[in-house]
Design a protein around this ligand. Structure first.
Ligand code: SAH
Length: 351
């Protein structure tokens, strides 16, 4: 595989351009072109000669859109092709305030959560920072008429969630590099406040993230209120205790001033009767956090069942009565292929 230009920061791009014997201002033309989602050969301000030199070493287009599935509610799901033929998926959700894109950080995943389709084939490889970024660049380019946000540089995608396939903190270096690129002054300039990073709870990396000076919204996939129940669906629970996770969240809050979030997937007969709701209230009471409940998206390769809607609202009500800030996520785009990793899994199945 060739190298990926989108991995480079603006100053690294300058260094590269100078090393190829070009004038410094070409770096801005190149970087701006890439930021607009163009392939090297589509940047018309650059000379043929420079484009040819770059293409010798770098991928013209490291990420391309292979398939788009459009839901009746406007949600779009994407299959992205990587230069080596691997496939990752993403989702674009359209809200009044802008568009939120869900991106992948790894091809597959090695965390092994029992309810998740991304992990079915294990981890294939990490994505590079530029591959994570490029998922957003190509979606912005696809929707270049849609100007959300403020200013003359308003773009389609205003918010990002790292909730596609992969465990972002298991690909720590590239994920943090991606966060620096996507928030950078010369790049898309997306505020860290508009970015959510979701982790299954890799405690040492949560502490490390708190030190990076990029105050993204930290979300932990909790899905249980005690370690034994949690370990039934999440093998990572054997490595890190809920108590340790909560301490790391507190530290993150102290360092960044940002409240933190928990994802809690409602799985029938597993984690969502009244005793679980009460235990969750007890666990999180008084903490600066918010709980996002989501009814399981049933994965056909797994035998876990979703809690019905009525009981999901009952669970929510019990949390709220206990003084916990919580919401039940609306399920959107359900007509176009369910949860994390399902699209890729069904695609690979057809192959
Ligand atoms: N590895 C990270 C981010 C990717 S998963 C993490 O574990 O947080 C994003 C969220 O979707 C997680 O909360 C995950 O537990 C949840 N999820 C995965 N499969 C799901 C399914 N089938 N139904 C509902 N939520 C699911």
């Amino acid at each position: 595989m060739k190298k990926i230009l989108q991995d480079l920061s603006f100053s690294e791009t300058e260094t590269l351009v100078l090393s190829l014997g070009e004038k410094k201002f070409r770096a801005k033309q190149l970087f701006d072109g890439l930021t607009q989602g163009k392939g090297i050969n589509e940047i018309s301000s650059l000379s043929k000669d420079l484009k040819a030199k770059l293409c010798l070493e770098y991928e013209d287009k490291p990420v391309t859109i292979k398939e788009i599935y459009r839901s009746a509610d406007g949600t779009e799901k994407f299959l992205f092709s990587l230069a080596d033929g691997n496939i990752v998926e993403g989702v674009l959700m359209k809200y009044k305030y802008g568009y939120t894109q869900c991106v992948s950080t790894q091809v597959g995943c090695r965390m092994g959560c029992k309810f998740c389709a991304s992990t079915l084939g294990g981890l294939v490889r990490n994505l590079t920072a530029g591959e994570i970024l490029s998922q957003i660049l190509v979606v912005n380019a696809l929707h270049k008429e849609d100007k959300n946000g403020q200013g003359k540089e308003a773009r389609a995608v205003t918010n990002i969630v790292l909730m596609g396939s992969g465990e972002p903190l298991d690909n720590y270096e590239e994920t943090v590099k991606f966060l620096r690129l996507v928030t950078s002054e010369e790049g898309l300039r997306i505020s860290a406040r508009n970015i959510s990073l979701s982790t299954c709870g890799i405690v040492p990396k949560m502490y490390k993230l708190a030190e990076e000076g990029i105050p993204v919204n930290l979300t932990v996939s909790l899905h249980a209120t005690d370690d034994r129940t949690r370990a039934r669906t999440m093998p990572v629970a054997k490595a890190y205790k809920i108590e340790e996770i909560l301490k790391a969240c507190e530290y993150y809050f102290k360092k960044t001033g940002r409240r933190y979030y928990f994802e809690y997937t409602l799985i029938e007969g597993e984690n969502c009767d009244e005793t679980h709701a009460d235990a969750l209230v007890k666990l999180l009471s008084g903490k600066p956090c918010h709980v996002n409940l989501i009814r399981l998206n049933e994965v056909k390769e797994r035998d876990l069942k979703a809690l019905d809607e009525k009981n999901a609202y009952r669970f929510l009500g019990r949390l709220e009565k206990g003084g916990i800030s919580a919401t039940l996520r609306r399920q959107i785009g359900v007509d176009i292929g369910g949860a994390c990793g399902q699209l890729r899994a069904s695609y690979l199945g057809e192959e």
